[in-house]
Design a protein around this ligand. Structure first.
Ligand code: GCU
Length: 459
C-alpha cells in the first residue's frame, strides 16, 4: 500500500515537473490540457484535405520546365481560353443585375467575398488574438542621399490560447528624418533568403531610394514570420496558433490570406505611429507575395494603393486561362497551402469553369482604389501577362460603376506600354520575373493619389 502511495506521489511530481518545464518554455503561459501541434508532411496534410473533400485524385499541373513533357505548360494563345465567359462581377448569384454603387457594396461585393473566403483563399477565424507591436531598435540610415529613421519592429501575437506556438511579425519601417509631418509609406512583402544568398542587384536606384526621394517612407514586412511557406507548416504559425495546433478545415485560411492578415496588422501599427500617414499606405508584393498583396488590398480597405507584381495564378491571372501556371499547380502539394482546402477540388473532379468567381473579381474588390498590375516578359511567361491583363479589363465595370476609370482598352498592349491613365493600371516591362523595372512607373502612377504634406499644400 505504502509503495503504491509513494509511486503515485512520484508520478504526480513528475507530471508537475513536466508541466512547469513546458510552462517555462512557453514564456510562462499555461498549456493546460493542450497538446503540441500535430505534425504532418505537406503530402500527408494534402491527402487529408483530399479525404475531407472525398476525392481520390486530382489532375496534374502544367510543367513549366520541360516543353516536351506531355503536360507542358501551354503558351499558345489559340488554346489559352477554354472558358472565355467569366462570372459577371455585376450580377448577383440569383441572376439580378447590379446597377448602383450601393447595391455593389451592400449586395454583390459580400457575395464575392464569401465565394473567395469559402472556395479559394479561406476564411480568417473570427476571434483573432491581439497583436502587440513593439520597437526593437531605432537608428539613422542614409538611403540614397536621404537621412532616414529606421525602426525594427516585432509584432507579438498573443498566444495565451495556445502557448506552444509563438508568432512574431517581422517589420522594418524607415521614414525621412527631416519630414515635417506624417509621411505616406510604401510597404513591400519581402522574401527572406538564406544567409549569403542575394538577388541580383539592379542598375539604378533601389525601390527604397526611389520612394524616399519622393519624401515618402518605406517598410518591409516578412510574411513567413506570420506563416511558413509550406504545407507542413499549416499546424504552426498564425494558422496553427488559432487552430491550437490542429490541421485545417476545408474553408480555413491558407498562407496567402494569413500573409495578407499580417500586412493589415502592420497597418494597425502604422495608425499609431506619428511618423506615418496611415491613410496613404501602399503595398507591393512580387510573385507569391504579389498574390498576397492583391488579397491584402482586396480585403483591407485601408490600403490606399497596390503594386501587384507578377502575381500570376492565384493572383491577378484568370483561373480560367490555360497559359503558364494553372489551377492544378496551385492545388498540388507544393502550393495548396497558399489556398483554402476547398480550392483543391477545382483540379478534379470540378474544373476551372466551376469556380464561382475569378481573378477579375479579386481585383474588383480593390475598387475604387488604384491598383497597378505588373508583369515581366522574358522569363516571366509562367505568370501569364495576358491573363492578368484580361482580368484587369474585366474588373473595369466595377470601377466604372463606382465612378472611376478602367484600363481604357481591351487590346493587349505591346511590352513596355504603360496603361496608367485610369485607377486600373497595367504594365508589362521587358525584364524578367521582377518588379524592379516597373517601380518608376508605379511611383508616377501612385503620385497622382499619394501626396506628402508639402505636395498636398501645392495642389
Ligand atoms: C512559383 C509558383 C508561382 C509563384 C512563384 C514565386 O513559380 O508557381 O505561383 O508566384 O513560384 O512566388 O516565385
Amino acid at each position: 500500500m505504502k509503495h503504491i502511495y509513494r509511486f503515485c506521489i512520484c508520478i504526480i511530481f513528475l507530471l508537475a515537473f513536466a508541466e512547469s518545464h513546458l510552462y517555462a518554455q512557453n514564456g510562462g503561459h499555461q498549456t493546460g490540457d493542450l497538446t503540441p501541434p500535430v505534425q504532418l508532411t505537406a503530402s500527408q496534410d494534402h491527402a487529408r484535405m483530399m479525404q475531407l473533400l472525398k476525392i481520390d485524385s486530382i489532375r496534374i499541373g502544367a510543367d513549366g520546365n520541360n516543353p516536351k513533357a506531355p503536360n507542358a505548360a501551354n503558351y499558345d494563345e489559340a488554346k489559352a481560353n477554354p472558358y472565355p465567359k467569366l462570372p459577371d462581377a455585376l450580377q448577383l448569384n440569383n441572376g439580378q443585375e447590379i446597377r448602383s454603387a450601393q447595391d455593389w457594396w451592400k449586395k454583390r461585393r459580400p457575395e464575392i467575398v464569401e465565394d473567395f473566403d469559402r472556395e479559394i483563399i479561406g476564411r480568417v477565424p473570427t476571434n483573432m488574438p491581439a497583436v502587440h507591436l513593439k520597437i526593437d531598435s531605432i537608428y539613422h540610415q542614409i538611403i540614397g542621399n536621404v537621412d532616414v529613421i529606421t525602426k525594427k519592429l516585432k509584432g507579438h501575437v498573443d498566444n495565451s490560447i495556445y502557448p506552444f506556438i509563438n508568432v512574431d511579425i517581422d517589420v522594418s519601417l524607415s521614414t525621412p528624418a527631416n519630414a515635417n509631418g506624417p509621411v505616406p509609406v510604401m510597404m513591400e512583402l519581402i522574401f527572406k533568403f538564406p544567409p549569403g544568398m542575394k538577388l541580383p542587384v539592379q542598375a539604378g536606384p533601389t525601390w527604397q531610394e526611389q520612394v524616399v526621394a519622393k519624401g515618402w517612407g518605406f517598410a518591409t514586412y516578412v510574411p513567413v514570420s506570420v506563416q511558413a511557406d509550406n504545407g507542413a507548416g499549416l499546424t504552426q504559425g498564425i494558422i496553427g496558433l488559432v487552430n491550437r495546433g490542429q490541421p485545417r478545415k476545408l474553408d480555413d485560411w491558407g498562407a496567402l490570406r494569413a500573409w495578407a492578415w499580417g500586412a493589415s496588422k502592420v497597418l494597425d501599427y502604422f495608425e499609431t505611429d506619428p511618423a506615418v500617414d496611415a491613410k496613404q499606405v501602399g503595398i507591393e508584393g512580387h510573385s507569391r507575395y504579389g498574390k498576397a498583396a492583391l488579397i491584402a488590398v482586396a480585403y483591407d480597405p485601408r490600403f490606399a494603393i497596390g503594386f501587384i507584381s507578377s502575381s500570376g495564378e492565384g493572383g491577378a491571372k484568370l483561373h480560367r486561362r490555360n497559359c503558364g501556371e494553372i489551377v492544378e499547380n496551385l492545388a498540388g502539394t507544393g502550393e495548396y497551402h497558399w489556398m483554402a482546402g476547398n480550392f483543391i477540388k477545382y483540379a478534379g473532379p470540378l474544373h476551372w469553369n466551376d469556380l464561382p468567381v475569378d481573378a477579375h473579381e479579386l481585383i474588383a474588390l480593390c475598387a475604387p482604389r488604384p491598383i497597378f498590375i505588373s508583369s515581366g516578359s522574358v522569363g516571366d511567361a509562367w505568370v501569364d501577362a495576358r491573363g492578368m491583363f484580361l482580368a484587369t479589363v474585366a474588373a473595369g465595370p466595377v470601377y466604372r460603376l463606382l465612378g472611376r476609370r478602367d484600363l481604357g482598352t481591351d487590346v493587349f498592349p505591346p511590352i513596355e506600354t504603360s496603361l496608367l491613365d485610369g485607377e486600373l493600371a497595367f504594365r508589362q516591362h521587358s525584364g524578367g520575373h521582377t518588379p524592379g523595372p516597373n517601380w518608376p512607373y508605379f511611383l508616377d502612377f501612385a503620385s497622382r493619389y499619394i501626396k506628402t504634406a508639402t505636395s498636398k499644400n501645392l495642389r
